[in-house]
Design a binder for this molecule. Structure first.
Ligand code: SF4
Length: 123
C-alpha cells in the first residue's frame, strides 16, 4: 500500500498544533508538528478509532428556557454523531432538569449516556 500524507489539528489542548503524518494503511510511519506526546496519541486515535465528546441541546417542556444543554459522558465514535444528533432532535424533557439527569441511556449500545450539563427550572 502506498504511503499517504495526512494533516491533523490536535484538539487535545488549546494550542492546536498542526500535525503532519505519513501513514502506511493504518500504520503511522512518522508524525511531525506536534509539541508534545499527546499529539501522537491524538493522531493514533484519529487513525484507528476517531471519537468526540458531543455537546448539544434538547427541548424542555414547561421550563424557564426552552432548551437544556446536554453532552455525552464520554467520547463516542465519530460515525455515530449524526445518528445521535438525529435522536436528540426527538427528545423532550420536562422541567425541572437537573445537571446530570440522564437524557438518553446507553446510546447505540456503547454504555455511554447523554446527560444534562445544565439546569432548567420550572417556569
Ligand atoms: S501536540 Fe501537545 S501541545 Fe500540541 S495541541 Fe496537542 S496536546 Fe497541545
Amino acid at each position: 500500500m502506498p504511503e499517504e500524507k495526512r494533516e491533523f489539528v490536535c484538539i487535545s489542548c488549546p494550542r492546536g498544533c498542526e500535525i503532519t503524518t505519513v501513514l502506511d494503511g493504518k500504520s503511522i510511519v512518522s508524525v511531525s508538528g506536534n509539541i508534545c506526546k499527546l499529539g501522537v496519541k491524538y493522531v493514533e486515535d484519529e487513525v484507528t478509532d476517531p471519537r468526540r465528546i458531543v455537546t448539544s441541546t434538547v427541548r424542555v417542556r414547561g421550563g424557564v428556557t426552552p432548551l437544556a444543554p446536554v453532552w455525552t459522558e464520554q467520547s463516542i465514535p465519530k460515525g455515530m454523531i449524526l445518528r445521535l444528533a438525529d435522536g436528540l432532535r426527538k427528545v423532550e424533557m420536562t422541567a425541572p432538569v437537573k445537571c446530570g439527569d440522564v437524557v438518553l441511556e446507553n446510546i447505540f449500545g456503547t454504555g455511554i449516556n447523554v446527560v444534562a450539563s445544565g439546569e432548567v427550572d420550572v417556569k
